[in-house]
Design a protein around this ligand. Structure first.
Ligand code: ADP
Length: 554
């Protein structure tokens, strides 16, 4: 049996076929046996089988053809049995068949050859007087005939003609193979339409989508194709895409198609015109490719984005609510502190005032009573300081504390503050060295608040200093800023605590003897910032600290 042998490719090294051509030809082999191979390709010698019981004639034909510069491979069979064997082993491209083969009919053999290989070129040989046989042979599928006696020139020209015909056929097969290879070896649908929209070619990817058969769609309208049958909206979309191309445009879009297993897939579809040499539309090329996965990924991203956006909105809303609640609570707290401080201040002033009067008007009180009155005054003053500080904080937080923006002679304010600190300095025998004693320097700020900050820093430099320690005051400035620093030789602050400085109620030392509330520095910082200045420190535990303030230099 003749048939296809896909493993035969290595043996098809005939003449000068490129390996790519061989691959293409492999798919379209017309004449292949199980153990022998015959390639239909370019520039190959035609195989000629001569079947004649007149062996002398056959050999003469052989001799004449063999002289044609080896263009042909030739074999002779003298009966049908031999001929059939050669047909299945020699794979003739051209057969020269005597119409009368003894008792057997050349016409029968012609039918046999054609049924095995419809492309074989058959030339019937018949006696000069029997031309009617030649005619019936042509009707039965013969391609040409030769009348006996055969003239050498006629033989040569007939065979040359047959060989050309076969070569052209092979070339055509080869180029068709190349077209098919591209057409079929792709993952996308390719459909070729004529200019009216009738399907000329449809590749297997498209056919396989709905198990459509090629013969059912070729020659039918693209609009009526099975992929959108009964889907009127889609049909009208395709129709307008086609019309657009027919009127000189190019169409591209997306369509959704239902697969055999009921999956809705999205395809990118494009329709391009193919123009003839006069730039008129000749055909149309339709391409579709499945973009479902990409679509799915896009949808997922959109979904995740939406979810994320919703989450962000929800979180923002939560945060805003929390912020509003916190602000509300903060305002309530500030209001409460402010009211409480006011309420406390009035009786406290009364307590202090009466204690003062008691002390001044009763000089002859017993020693213990005088000590007790001093205790009342001390504790009361401390409490009043605390109340004032809390009042300051709440006023700053509520934005109701006004600070001046005046030219302030800082050296004077410093001197006043040092004077106020004198008793405490003496109490602990601390030496204050003011390196800028005789200098005059002014800054922009609020005199009262600057003094409050300086007193706080100086009082800390005393409180957290060692007995007999030093306090050094320095000033430095550039054109714009003036920096005043107060350095002590006290207990210092541990490195890990520094980041918590200026936070309310943070105290960094355990010594219970050192009085304090942990809000003096917080207020100082707030005040400095309100005045457009800043405050900072450096400190070494066990060695001492340097606190500085910076304000606009005047
Ligand atoms: P208070 O002195 O009333 O506790 P402050 O706000 O003035 O509050 O100071 C906060 C804390 O910073 C103090 O408790 C203390 O631990 C630390 N501190 C402040 N000034 C100094 C300093 N000069 N030397 C060492 N520690 C200091």
């Amino acid at each position: 049996m003749w048939g296809y042998d896909m493993n035969a490719i290595k043996l098809m090294t005939n003449d000068d076929l490129s390996s790519n051509d061989k691959l293409l030809v492999k798919n379209k082999l017309k004449v292949i046996s199980n153990d022998n191979y015959r390639v239909l390709g370019k520039n190959i010698k035609s195989n000629i089988l001569i079947i004649d019981d007149d062996v002398d004639l056959a050999e003469s034909i052989y001799t004449i053809l063999d002289m044609q510069e080896s263009e042909y491979n030739i074999k002779i069979a003298s009966n049908i049995q031999q001929a059939k064997t050669l047909a299945t082993s020699f794979y003739p491209d051209i057969a020269l068949i005597d119409i009368k083969l003894g008792n057997e009919s050349g016409l029968d053999f012609l039918s046999f050859l054609k049924s095995e290989n419809e492309q074989i070129y058959c030339i019937m040989m018949t006696a000069f007087r029997e031309t009617e046989y030649a005619v019936s042979a042509l009707k039965s599928g013969a391609d040409d005939y030769l009348l006996k006696p055969i003239k050498a020139e006629k033989l040569i020209s007939t065979i040359a003609n047959a060989s050309n015909h076969q070569q052209l056929l092979y070339q055509k097969t080869l180029s068709e193979n190349r077209f098919r290879a591209v057409f079929e070896q792709t993952f996308q649908w390719i459909i070729l339409l004529d200019k009216t929209g009738t399907m000329l070619e449809v590749n297997h990817v498209a056919l396989n989508f709905n198990s459509t058969r090629l013969k059912d769609v070729i020659g039918t309208s693209f609009l009526e194709a099975p992929w959108w049958v009964e889907n009127d909206p889609l049909k009208s979309k395709i129709n307008s895409m086609l019309s657009n191309v027919q009127s000189g445009g190019f169409s591209r879009g997306e369509v959704e198609l239902l697969s055999d297993d009921n999956k809705l897939l999205t395809f990118d579809i494009s329709i391009n015109p193919i123009l003839d040499d006069k730039s008129n539309i000749d055909m149309m090329l339709v391409e579709l490719h499945d973009i479902s996965q990409r679509k799915e990924a896009e949808l997922k991203i959109i979904k995740y984005n939406d979810e994320l956006e919703a989450m962000v909105l929800e979180r923002t809303h939560d945060l805003l609510t929390a912020k509003m609640l916190a602000e509300k609570a903060n305002i309530a707290k500030s209001e409460f502190l402010s009211r409480m401080s006011h309420e406390l201040r009035t009786p406290m002033n009364a307590v202090l005032g009466f204690a003062q009067i008691l002390k001044l008007q009763n000089q002859d009180l017993p020693e213990q009573s005088r000590i007790n009155i001093d205790e009342i005054l001390d504790a009361g003053n401390h409490l009043l300081d605390l109340i004032n500080e809390v009042l300051d904080i709440s006023a700053i937080e509520a934005g109701s504390l006004d600070v001046g923006c005046d030219e302030v002679p800082l050296n004077e304010v410093l001197d006043e503050s040092i004077t106020l600190m004198k008793p405490k300095l003496e109490e602990r025998n601390i030496t204050l060295i003011n390196h800028c004693d005789n200098m005059k320097y002014s800054v922009i700020g609020d005199r009262f608040r600057i003094k409050q900050v300086l007193l706080n820093l100086l009082s800390n430099a005393v409180k957290y200093n060692n007995i007999n320690g030093d306090i050094i005051i320095d000033v430095e400035s550039d054109d714009k800023r003036l920096k005043l620093s107060i350095t002590d030789t006290g207990i210092g602050i541990r490195k890990e605590k520094l980041s918590k400085m200026f936070q309310p109620f943070e105290r960094f030392h355990d010594e219970p003897a050192i009085e304090g509330t942990g809000i003096g520095l917080v207020i100082s910082k707030m005040l400095m910032e309100l005045m457009g200045g800043s405050i900072g420190l450096s400190s070494e535990f066990g060695v001492g600290s340097e606190f500085w303030i910076e304000l606009q230099y005047k």
